[in-house]
Design a protein around this ligand. Sequence first.
Ligand code: PLP
Length: 474
Amino acid sequence: MDETAVQATLSQLPAVNEILGESDVVGLIERFGRDPVATSVRRELEETRGALRADPAATVPTAPELAQQVRAWFAREERPNLRRVLNATGIVLHTGLGRAPLAAEALQAVQENGGYCNLETDLESGKRSHRGDSVRELLCELTGAEAATVVNNNAAATVLTLRALAAGREVLVSRGQLIEIGGSFRLPDIMETSGALLREIGTTNRTHRSDYEQALSERTALLLRVHSSNYRVVGFVKSTPLVELVELARRAGVRVVDDIGSGALFDIPGLTGGHEPLARESVAAGADVVLFSGDKLLGGPQAGIIVGTADCVELIERDPLMRVVRVDKLALAALEATLRLHRDRQLALTRIPLYQMLSQTEAQLQRRAKALRRRLLRMLPGLDCQVVRTASFVGGGSVPAEEMPSSAVAIRPTGLSLDEAARRLRTGKLAVFPRLEQDQLLFDLRTIQPGEEAALATALASAVTEEIAVRGAR
Ligand SMILES: *Cc1c(COP(=O)(O)O)cnc(C)c1O
């Protein structure tokens, strides 16, 4: 077709003003303002012109049709960028998906404190108080420590503590504990940032008490123990127990800081990775400062928790960096609610989603997987999906790759790649994250909260019926 014919086709397109006058679009203008809507109309027209030039024989869309496209674009635009997802990966503390899901009590506290709250005000006297006062006593009660404070996360807690207690002086760390945790937490770099001088001692697999003794000098500020959260050295291994470090440090007049990482407050049923260090044990062993995260095994919001002796906590709080890494009111609200649940072990186990997920037995998970499969089959009778045994992981750089036996629904898409199927599930109305294994999508029930099954099935079914040609797993 020649250029004249193309122009003739293009001239049939409605004008910008005509589309802006469509009732659908008038409603958009009221909500979003005229300028962004007009821009969107022009973009839609421009794209249509491009398409018509490429294929002049195509049907020219009408004003109502273009208005409908503009509305669809705004409907997509309107969705928040940060939004709820369903985690069917079986990775319980998935850093990419927000680590620990909060308890209902914590969510309510976030809601209630989102407006004004007494963040730094004492209600009795009306005077200015300190951020973090709301959780100090709870933290002391739960860990047995003399004093406590909270910052933005455990990485911040580590930098701040080393800076306040050891800037310009030596910190002794076993070579077996110079860890890297996903997301760019590398202990030697953290150390450098704090201004403390790293003195590596021992070897990767063995560090003896005598290694500490020989390295201690008048330059030493403290002994740092770091929980090797995400890996284990097995075999010919030796580390020096915390009580021995404390005894050595006391004699030398230096301090002991214990970064326990995931911050369990009690032995959590269902964890298979051996004994996780407990904050209370480290305090009882005599560590001057104990550091841990709020959103790992504590099951709360992102936070860096610092508990220890009154003089150490005071030095830490006086450091100017404290202001830089301060915790926000929403996290504090959620943390207080989470800690209150921890006052009673049974209450914590039943109310905190993390512990519910970890303590589910394989038999329970299998029952839930079968029910999900039946639900899917009711919605999509032709769907051939099946229940399979699988393994879930704690994740979150907390407990090493310990597997927990679990149960999943497996689906194998045909006609499109697994990656494409997963992309469609992620970008649907409710985003779903399955685990990709060989040629199938696994939906692990451990990380699906009871009550989320219906939403999961709907999201899956709409992805299936709209787009994905699915044949079931074997
Ligand atoms: C996870 C972890 C950190 C970092 O904690 P964040 O709260 O993620 O900043 C530091 N130290 C150890 C031992 C950890 O396991």
